[in-house]
Design a protein around this ligand. Structure first.
Ligand code: PGA
Length: 241
């Protein structure tokens, strides 16, 4: 694994944006796995900026997001559909029909999850998966537990995750109890993984993930087994390494 530490979020985000655009330059029809949350916002900002300035086109790219809340409509302010449109898709030339996000509102979420896997498998493997890490070691919404699921699945969010994400909602009660997430299969099959972690409050879980035992209790620890993992950190996140 390649671990790089940056002095500022700007530098970290710039590196990640260049990394992604270099990949697209080399492979214009790249299949990208994308993440949401606070961490990638700077990366997407820089991607949009570089896209405008460089004219690198993402017209042939396919993008698959990791997850979506169950029960939030695609227009809900906190849905990842809205997040992706706001932070990335509205600023680049990726055709909307090539931007896939798990469906959180189907009558049969499991059937929709299987459809998502079918699309992923047809397009995949992912050329690159961009990932953050949760305070509890989750990747996507693959929460710690006795087992992990390889395929896209419906997941009950842990109270830790709901509490962490409640800052975006009016109250904890409004945070969905369930989500749909890509499983660990496509993440581990991705040709490369770019893990970005910021902040001292992630330093402990990051150390466990990168250097602790590989365990379903810390889903990010599986990444130790990935043949091509790049980890981008700020100084806070790197503190315990
Ligand atoms: P964050 O989320 O970037 O908002 O901290 C990361 C995650 O939960 O994967």
């Amino acid at each position: 694994m390649n671990v790089l530490t940056f002095a500022s979020n700007e530098e970290l985000s710039a590196y990640a944006a260049d990394y992604i655009l270099d990949l697209v330059r080399a492979k214009p029809d790249a299949v990208l796995g994308l993440a949401t949350g606070e961490t990638p916002i700077g990366v997407y900002e820089q991607l949009v900026d570089r896209h405008r300035k460089s004219q690198i086109s993402l017209r042939q790219v396919k993008a698959f997001n990791l997850d979506e809340y169950a029960g939030l409509s695609p227009d809900h302010e906190q849905s990842y559909q809205v997040y992706m449109r706001k932070h990335l898709f509205s600023g680049i030339d990726l055709p909307p029909e090539q931007a896939y996000i798990p469906c959180g509102i189907a009558d049969d979420l499991w059937a929709a999850a299987r459809d998502y896997d079918r699309l992923l498998n047809e397009a995949g493997p992912l050329d690159l998966q961009l990932l953050g890490i949760g305070h509890n070691g989750h990747i996507g919404f693959n929460e710690p537990g006795e087992e992990l699921n390889a395929e896209t699945h419906v997941v009950k969010l842990t109270e830790e995750t709901r509490a962490a994400n409640s800052r975006y909602f009016q109250s904890l009660a409004e945070v969905p109890q369930y989500a749909v997430t890509m499983g660990v299969g496509p993440i581990m099959r991705a040709k490369q993984v770019l893990l970005i972690v910021r902040g001292e409050n992630k330093a402990g879980v990051l150390k466990k993930a990168l250097y602790g035992p590989v365990t379903t209790r810390c889903p990010a620890s599986l990444l130790q087994l990935h043949p091509r993992l790049t980890v981008l950190l700020d100084e806070g996140a790197a503190k315990e390494l």
